[in-house]
Design a binder for this molecule. Sequence first.
Ligand code: ADP
Length: 163
Amino acid sequence: MRRAVCPGSFDPVTNGHLDIVGRASRLFDEVIVAVMINPSKSGMFSVPERITMLREVTTDLPNVRVETFQGLLVDFCKTHDAPVVVKGLRAVSDFDYELQMAQMNVGLAGVETLFMPTNPLYSYLSSSLVKDVTKWGGDVSQHVPESVHRRLRSRFDSGAQPE
Ligand code: ADP
């Protein structure tokens, strides 16, 4: 069983994330989307809400499951018998930090990182930008799945602020 992990905050999941998860699901027998729990940052959506959205938008990918993790990603990988992390690279600006983490993770536990170049359609897309644009009334319907778009709108209609 070849298993990979796609880690992140997913606050909320965007079409850029989904593209990477979908492509990874065609390369591996199983992909675990791992939602990072960061106790010092509450985010816009709670972790259970992020998981619900991720599960909704990955129902057509039977070999994808969604879990949470706190602490070291390499420990999560070990527990789940996943020797590979898949990360999307949007631009050179992502590379510096991602390279450091990849080198640390291989050194810590032999966990490899596979970098996937983002689909150029999504290279400028991030969860924080999606939240900001929605806050000011911009239309992000092309950038997030429909169910996420609905939740974003209702969250802002009820007066939420992006982080
Ligand atoms: P964000 O940067 O949007 O807050 P996350 O921490 O949720 O993202 O992202 C988790 C991972 O998803 C990132 O490390 C990156 O590998 C990938 N990712 C995020 N946005 C995109 C995108 N637009 N295209 C490709 N990959 C992306």
